[in-house]
Design a protein around this ligand. Structure first.
Ligand code: BGC
Length: 757
């Protein structure tokens, strides 16, 4: 054999090995397209920009977007909406670029598009998965009608620290409830056919552990062991992946010392290799660039690190766009790594049907037909009512008579700007129904006198920070004393007082952490003055987080927690306050007695010196100043009626293998109203190889019971519900005794046990 032939054989062999090593797309059209692309064009696909117009949540907004699209430097846009506007951008991409690759059009549709639903934390309190899925479906229909094909939702970060403002955006503290909600939302957005023009790609965020930011300070460090991660914080992300979520957004925080955006263990070993995720991964807003501040090198270093870790798309920071070519030349990344990321993005576009018709989301007749229709608004009203949690109802102050003489007071009673809640950039606060409007609509025969009573806060510096997206806190020209006096006068001539108090919209949400989570002082004074009149007082409490309200809770009042209820706020509040709907919400996050108890959540472990509820004892796990128990436990929520639980029984006392256990309980409506109850099941794994939580939520069912009605409710504990991640991170169940508790909240008392052989 000549030397020439030998060289040829070696070359062919080498090429063959390289081809085998390359990940090729399983979609021939995508592979064909990729094969035609230049390196610059591939890098362009990894670039996600925003021309502004939405909410810019970082210091940077992309520049020169149009020219960048023309020159093939953009894979997707967000913050652009409306078929006509999106068409302009899409047209540039498919007409003016060499390969005519359409754009992804993203948006933050967090709790409804234009029909704004309650904030996600509120929505989670409905414990109604069908309802939640429907909100996501409707949001997808509205958003796609406006040209959007990719949604940065659901946010599934477990949060056990209500100082963190973004607790508002998620489903609270519990991995079981959080996982169910993650599944429901992904299904709602993506439907069963992503190429249909009313479904969209969902993006689960923020991967991972963002909700565990130290001290509740936003974007802060996270430090967590793997056992806690796997058992408590990762399940909702995994549930979204198992439900087929198309994309994942990284979080700002570090995970075990490496920021999520450049964390290979997280993005490749766990997400792809262990969980089998095959969509694409996008960074959060400039989170790639922010790795420089985390101390991981310059922009070229962190971009290379992120690409290698498994990040596919760079949001706004343009680190990929500006450095990857250089990194290839210097051998710091390979073209194969760029191909891999580009393939995933092209595959998403293909799945959406954008290669067949880049304009199929751009039907100008749809917005009018699909967005903010009276039917959608009616649904938002029903959803909002289902998210409210009745925290207290002293002497059955609520519901009110529809012909009552009502003093409607408080800074949130007539405050359109605060009804939508945080992260509602696609909603329009001007369209929201105020509480006063809702009351007049629901109870036209009531006599309603209004007084503002107090500013949301008197602190001008705080007001300025909270008013970034528009006037949320308006400080009155009158003195606080004059405002309280007016409210007290109004109260004195009424039968009953309704005080609408709490947080302004932007007092929670992104970059809105608080170290004092009580009702602002100005409003506390108002509440004290109103209660001092001796009139019955109902507090309608708005907030984006669990608050610390021990003082108000101990007053002789009713408290209806309504979160930030969305576009139909006033109507929904009216429906519940006047008894058209009997509240059925249950807390999805524990309410502390004070900020010092945080982090606080129900699935705590025992210590070696337990003292769960009892009085203070020296050398036991307790505080000198407050009990260990929260003010209001996870799962808690009252109704206008009452429910009695009895006769819990299991269909088996011993199981093995994949067998499940059915727990049946009798629930009776013992009060005077028809109502819904969320029957909850908690499980305790008595002995196991790693310390177990005392109990964990493992089942729930929302049931309707007519006044006087009794129902047998059965909840099933599957073999998977017995499993946990052990010291080797294997998902297993260990033989032994399990105790089932069933009841109305996480303190459920009825119990029965079984053995896993
Ligand atoms: C938020 C994300 C959001 C993104 C784009 C970021 O600041 O953390 O949740 O999707 O901005 O708007």
């Amino acid at each position: 054999m000549t030397l020439h032939k030998q060289c040829l054989i070696v070359f062919l062999f080498y090429t063959f090995i390289q081809l085998c090593a390359q990940e090729r797309s399983s979609i021939p059209e995508v592979q064909e397209l990729l094969d035609k692309m230049t390196l610059d064009e591939k890098i362009g696909q990894l670039n996600l920009l925003t021309p502004g117009g939405g909410v810019a949540t970082g210091a940077v907004v992309s520049k020169d977007v149009e020219n960048k699209i023309k020159s093939g430097q953009v894979g997707g846009l967000f913050g652009v909406s409306g078929p006509d506007k999106v068409r302009i951008a899409q047209k540039i991409a498919v007409k003016d670029t060499r390969l005519k690759i359409p754009l992804l059009i993203g948006s933050d549709v967090i709790h409804g598009y234009k029909t704004t639903f309650p904030i996600p934390l509120g929505l989670s309190c409905s414990w109604d998965m069908e309802l939640i899925e429907k909100t996501a479906r409707l949001a997808a229909i509205e958003a796609t009608a406006d040209g959007i094909n990719w949604n940065f939702s659901p946010m599934v970060d477990i949060a056990r620290d209500p100082r963190w403002g973004r607790i508002a955006e998620g489903a609270g503290e519990d991995p079981y409830l959080g996982s169910a909600i993650a599944r429901a939302m992904v299904q709602g957005y993506q439907g069963t056919d992503l190429s249909h023009p009313n479904t969209m790609l969902s993006c689960v965020k923020h991967f991972a552990l963002y909700g565990a930011s130290q001290a509740g300070r936003d974007y802060h460090t996270v430090d967590m062991g793997k056992i806690k991660m796997f058992n408590q914080y990762l399940p909702p992300y995994k549930a979204a992946v198992d439900a087929g979520v198309a994309s994942v957004m990284t979080s700002f925080n570090d995970v075990d010392g490496i920021p999520a955006t450049g964390n290979r263990w997280l993005l490749t070993d766990l997400l792809r290799n262990r969980w089998g995720f095959n969509g694409f991964v996008v960074s959060d807003y400039t989170s790639l660039n922010e790795m420089m501040f985390h101390g991981l090198g310059n922009l070229q270093d962190v971009s290379a690190l992120s690409l290698k870790a498994g990040l596919d798309m760079d949001m706004v920071g343009e680190g990929f766009l500006t450095t990857l070519k250089k990194s290839i030349a210097e051998g710091k990344v390979t073209e194969e790594e760029i191909n891999r990321a580009c393939t995933r993005i092209l595959e998403a576009k293909y799945t959406l049907g954008l290669f067949d018709d880049p304009y199929h989301y751009l039907d100008s007749s749809r917005p009018k037909k699909d967005i903010l229709t009276p039917k959608n608004r009616q649904f938002a009203r029903e959803v909002a009512a289902r998210s409210f949690v009745l925290l207290k109802n002293h002497k059955a102050i609520l519901p009110l008579r529809k012909n009552a003489k009502i003093a409607l007071v408080g800074p949130l009673a007539d405050s359109r700007n605060n009804m939508l809640g945080t992260w509602a950039p696609t909603g329009n606060p001007d369209l929201a129904v105020t509480v006063i409007e809702g009351f007049k609509k629901v109870a036209p025969t009531a006599t309603i006198a209004y007084a503002k009573g107090a500013n949301i806060t008197d602190d001008k510096a705080l007001a300025k920070k909270v008013n970034v997206f528009g006037p949320r806190v308006v400080i009155d020209k009158r003195s606080p004393e004059a405002m309280i006096k007016e409210a007290v006068d109004v109260a004195n001539s009424a039968d009953v007082v309704v005080a609408v108090v709490g947080e302004a919209t932007e007092m929670s949400g992104e970059s809105a952490s608080r170290t004092d989570i009580s009702i602002p002082k100005s409003q506390k004074k108002l509440i004290r003055a109103l209660v001092a009149t001796g009139k019955p007082v109902a507090l309608v409490l708005m907030s984006g987080r669990p608050l610390s309200i021990p003082e108000e809770y101990n007053m002789p009042v009713a408290i209806l927690q309504v979160w930030h209820p969305g576009v139909e706020a006033g109507n929904a509040i009216g429906d519940v306050v006047f008894g058209n709907y009997n509240p059925s919400g249950k807390l999805s996050a524990t309410w502390p007695r004070n900020v010092g108890q945080i982090p606080i959540y129900h699935s705590v472990k025992n210590t070696g010196r337990p003292n769960p509820e009892g009085k203070y004892e020296k050398f036991k796990t307790n505080y000198l100043d407050v009990p260990n128990t929260p003010l209001l436990p996870f799962g808690y929520g009252l109704s206008y009626t009452t429910f009695a639980y009895s006769n819990l029984r299991l269909d088996k006392t011993e199981i093995s293998g994949n067998q499940s256990v059915n727990a049946t309980v009798t629930v009776e409506n013992t009060g005077d109203y028809d109502g819904e109850e969320v029957v909850q099941l908690y499980l305790s794994d008595v002995v196991r190889s790693i310390t177990p939580p005392k109990r964990q939520l493992k089942g729930f069912k929302k049931v309707m019971l007519k006044k006087g009605e009794r129902k047998e409710v059965t909840l099933t504990v599957s073999s998977d519900d017995l499993k946990f991640y052990n010291g080797n991170l294997e998902f297993i169940a260990e033989p032994g005794e399990f105790v089932i508790y069933v009841g109305t909240d996480s303190n459920a008392e009825l119990s029965s046990s079984f053995i896993l052989k």
